[in-house]
Design a protein around this ligand. Structure first.
Ligand code: GDP
Length: 445
């Protein structure tokens, strides 16, 4: 996600590198470039205007720091403003004082509501909650069955109208579900409502009726990020028709531009609370504006990586990785192997690569990495001696042949790996020395 914007911003910053100080023209030119980058990312015009005005004001302002060079200053300003435009603080879910907490999902058909209900249920259950999913979408054929399937996969119970009782009334279903939750000690109720392909007044009315019947603690507007600017229009229609407290952005995995994510908060005044990044139940996180900004700037989301790692690994392994990323020691093949092993345990590699520092430059190389590649790389590194792993420069022709034989690969595979490793090492050095945000300050280091 955000590949286009990342690439554009990276080139803006690169053009500032080496400048001693920023002239008025530099600032104007940079602002113009950033403006183009945002427009190309399909960010809504009022948001672009506000963003550029802030960046210019701050770049011209007195906050010229001696500690940062001009490129770093601009990166810092853009980073701060991106965080701001994405909502600033992370918006946590608010629980009701008296359970159950009622969460209502609203949005167009196909926006990912049902999938999100399952993800949210599972996420809450993992935090020791006892959620109940509610099928109040009685419009679409199969919607109830779909939620039941999702509930089963997520291992979260589903409240649905009895089959054969006619069409059923979604408002009654919602009301009854809250009573059921009280009886059965479910502390959270997640109500999936009906959507239409386009905004229509009947659907809005139904959502408003459900809202009035159950007084939700949180109404979440669920929106597909891939629809770009349309997301902003739909968001406004739902704001007027039903109202909501926060936004859940779905299909961020398919959104290369990021316009919806960057516009929605500013336009609606509502924070983004959740991000959905794939079809699987685990492709779901609380939305962190700061981490998202650092991903857009392609400084690598070290924080998210570490967060995700933490739930999968022992603390010391995580600390080791964080300290490798932050230390001044050179990156070795052992580190490479260790990180790869960790990435592998964490989940599909494609999801994780986007979180790694310097991703856009590495994209071409790593796009072609698949599981088999990883097996080969692991075998090759394991066939090296400790001395070779610590100092790959000593790996000459005869060593390469021995390693290839030992790992059941070709010399060309060993050559490819060594080349790739040196590039990664160079990039790690550059990133460490440029003091980019997100690097060098990894927590626990
Ligand atoms: P609903 O009509 O709003 O309930 O939407 P669904 O939950 O049925 O989702 C519509 C389609 O989008 C389904 O095929 C989902 O698998 C898919 N989907 C939902 N969330 C995501 C996501 O974050 N990424 C991707 N790639 N697909 C998603």
């Amino acid at each position: 996600m955000f590949e286009t914007l990342s690439d554009r911003l990276t080139s803006v910053f690169t053009s500032l590198r080496g400048k001693g100080r920023l002239s008025e023209e530099d600032i104007d030119a940079t602002a113009r470039e950033i403006r183009l980058a945002l427009l190309e990312a399909d960010v809504a015009l009022p948001v672009v205007r506000a963003f550029i005005a802030r960046v210019k004001e701050r770049a011209q302002g007195a906050e010229v720091s001696k500690a940062l060079n001009p490129a770093q200053q601009v990166i810092k300003i853009v980073n701060d403003e991106l965080i701001d435009i994405l909502g600033g603080e992370t918006r946590e879910l608010r629980f009701a004082k008296k359970p159950p907490t009622v969460i209502m999902l609203a949005g167009l058909q196909g926006s990912g509501k049902t999938t999100l209900a399952g993800k949210l249920g599972r996420w809450l259950a993992a935090e020791r909650n006892t959620p109940l999913l509610v099928a109040a979408d009685l419009q679409r054929p199969n919607a109830v069955t779909q939620l039941e399937v999702v509930g089963e996969r997520a291992e979260v119970p589903v409240f649905a109208p009895e089959p054969g009782n006619g069409v059923g009334d979604p408002v009654e279903v919602a009301r009854a579900s809250v009573e059921q939750a009280e009886r059965n000690n479910h502390n959270v109720v997640i109500i999936d409502t009906a959507g239409r392909l386009g905004v229509d007044s009947e659907m809005m009315q139904q959502a408003a009726d459900i809202r009035d019947a159950v007084s939700p603690d949180e109404i979440l507007f669920v929106v597909d990020a891939m629809i770009g600017q349309d997301a902003v229009n739909t968001a406004q229609a739902f704001l007027d028709g039903v109202g909501y407290d926060a936004v859940a952005l779905t299909k961020l995995d398919g959104d290369a531009r990021g316009g919806a994510a960057l516009s929605i908060r500013h336009i609606t005044g509502r924070p983004i609370m959740f991000a959905s990044t794939g079809e699987k139940l685990d492709d779901f996180t609380l939305f962190h504006p700061d981490r998202m900004a650092s991903r857009i700037l392609d400084m690598g989301d070290v924080l998210t990586l570490i967060d995700k790692a933490q739930s999968t690994f022992e603390e010391d392994e995580v600390a080791k990785m964080a300290s490798t990323l932050a230390s001044d020691e050179d990156f070795t093949l052992d580190d490479f192997l260790q990180q790869m092993g960790m990435l592998r345990k964490m989940g599909p590699i494609s999801n994780l690569l986007g979180m790694m520092p310097g991703m856009s430059q590495m994209k071409d190389q790593v796009n072609n990495v698949d599981e088999k590649d990883l097996d080969r790389i692991t075998a090759i590194i394991r066939s090296m001696t400790p001395a070779e792993r610590g100092n790959p420069k000593i790996i000459n022709g005869s060593r390469r042949l021995r390693i290839a034989n030992g790992s059941g690969t070709e010399v060309s595979d060993v050559n490819g790996l060594v080349t790739r490793f040196f590039e990664a090492q160079k990039m790690m050095r550059q990133m460490k020395s440029s003091g980019m945000p997100g690097m060098g300050g990894a927590p626990g280091a």
